[in-house]
Design a protein around this ligand. Sequence first.
Ligand code: DX5
Ligand code: ZN
Length: 228
Amino acid sequence: MTPVQLAPSILSADFAALGEAIGMAERGGADIIHVDVMDGHFVPNITVGPPVVRSLAKVATRPLDVHLMIERPEQHVAAFVEAGAAMVSVHVEVSPHLHRTLHYVRSLGAKAGAVLNPSTPISTLEEVAGDVDYVLVMSVNPGFGGQAFIPSSLDKIRRLRALLDRAGNQAPIEVDGGVDTTNVAALVEAGARILVAGHAIFGQADPVAAARALAAAARAAESALTGR
Ligand code: DX5
Ligand code: ZN
């Protein structure tokens, strides 16, 4: 079984102190740093681009996971990989040539992820189930941190795990939106292996302690599953 990994999202951190935010995430047990890129078109919000990722890559000691919430993601993938992204995910809703884009990301040396909005069915991945290095299931509508977890995401993760397994792909499922200590166990049990959390870490008075609490909850859920 793929081990559960914690991926703090710096979206809810102080953007004037992103280096410190990464330090806190790493001290809190982050395995991956999740970076949300928004363009004001695909989603209503605007965040950061490749220059910021390049600076983050200089301070992070964990892989950068760049979640592209932008139109025409394929036009920007190379710039993000060059800037230091180890993982790049694109939304299926804006990727008519998803197969080509996934293989393009891989050809640049990064892990390729496909992202599903809450309203996008897992069937959109049927034909590329063997071409993904991970799948990101949005458990909120993308655009903002601090939104409430959509409970039907649990069943979606379960069905997606089955779809990937049928394709013989052990690619991990990442979940993003409203993840906190109250739903971590259910998410791990459903099959999520990369847990993104923004508000539950950086919206707390002590982000390091909050990240540690999430990592501990994830580890406990994992032990309950494996019996170890
Ligand atoms: C939302 C972003 C998320 C966001 C999650 O559009 O993709 O990564 O930071 O934040 P929380 O954990 O606060 O829901
Ligand atoms: Zn995200």
